[in-house]
Design a protein around this ligand. Structure first.
Ligand SMILES: Nc1ncnc2c1ncn2[C@@H]1O[C@H](COP(=O)(O)OP(=O)(O)OP(=O)(O)O)[C@@H](O)[C@H]1O
Ligand SMILES: [Mg+2]
Length: 263
């Protein structure tokens, strides 16, 4: 990959800065995420085939697409977990990922999972703060296997938050949860996003979830972004309004489904 410079940021004058976008007391705005011409092949198949995407600082983008269309591959590239062969990727320095499964280490307590990789001296305090934000501080000394699915996913969210990311990457984080827990998690992620002001990229199969949470929905098709849909609905959002239904129809259409099939 020509660029892909994880941990490096484009400074405001357009030059590269090796990840030190926040030195000094004055907080610099996090740079936007920009991807240009990204190519990732597995064997002869180009899963990402010249893909362009922008995630402006502070914006919430939902990424949809059929199974196997390359959503996780793109997210892994943005997280620095996968390297593409071609393309330009400009990233904010601090990124964190929440996966579909919480991926907690069973032999470490909840707070130790959250604090993984933090400097020792204040790790527990920082983990506790993050766990408090996801309403899980009371389970900080628990073992991961004793958590419910929703609690484990909240611990995964705390592990991402503790890194104070400029870009939060979420790969179907609510897919395995029951409907009620899922609604609570959606509300929690919306509240955290508003409070922290980071950019977010949420991979989801759920059109309604995209419309409830995101500023923009994009659909991955044949290795590129096929549809970019601004979601200009006022927040908090509600299902069932005429404007919601129009956007829903448009998104479903680009996924090859009708509203009746999705009902
Ligand atoms: N390490 C790998 N080796 C070979 N093929 C891979 C690898 N990772 C992904 N693929 C293939 O790349 C394609 C895109 O995979 P990816 O996981 O990005 O899809 P996805 O859009 O996230 O799908 P889903 O919605 O089912 O999670 C799939 O065909 C997958 O089999
Ligand atoms: Mg996936």
């Amino acid at each position: 990959m020509a660029a892909g410079r994880p941990g490096r940021a484009l400074t405001m004058d357009g030059s590269w800065d090796a990840g030190a976008a926040r030195i000094g007391p004055v907080a610099q705005p996090a740079p936007d995420t920009k991807v240009r011409g990204l190519v990732r092949r597995f064997g002869p198949t180009a899963v990402l085939d010249g893909l362009d995407i922008d995630i402006p600082a502070g914006r919430f983008v939902a990424l949809l697409g059929r199974s196997g269309s390359g959503k996780t591959t793109l997210l892994r590239t943005l997280a620095g977990l996968d390297t593409a062969e071609q393309g330009e990727v400009i990233l904010p320095p601090k990124r964190a990922v929440v996966f579909q499964e919480p991926r907690l280490m069973p032999w470490k307590r909840v707070w130790e999972n959250v604090a993984l990789g933090l400097p020792d001296h204040d790790a527990r305090d920082r983990a506790e703060l993050a766990l408090r934000e996801v309403e899980l501080a009371h389970r900080m000394d628990a073992w991961p296997l004793t958590l419910s699915g929703g609690e484990a996913q909240r611990a995964g969210l705390a592990r991402a938050l503790v890194r104070d990311p400029d870009l939060l990457l979420l790969d179907e984080p609510f897919a395995a949860l029951d409907a009620l827990t899922r609604l609570r998690m959606q509300a929690l992620v919306t509240a955290l996003w508003k409070r922290h002001g980071m950019a977010a990229l949420l991979v989801t199969h759920d059109v309604d979830e995209a419309l409830l949470l995101a500023d923009h929905a994009v659909v991955l098709q044949r290795g590129q972004i096929g549809l970019q849909l601004p979601i200009d609905l006022p927040r908090p959002r509600r299902h069932g309004t005429p404007a919601f239904a129009v956007l829903r129809g448009e998104l479903l259409g680009s996924l090859g489904l009708s509203a009746e099939e999705a009902a």
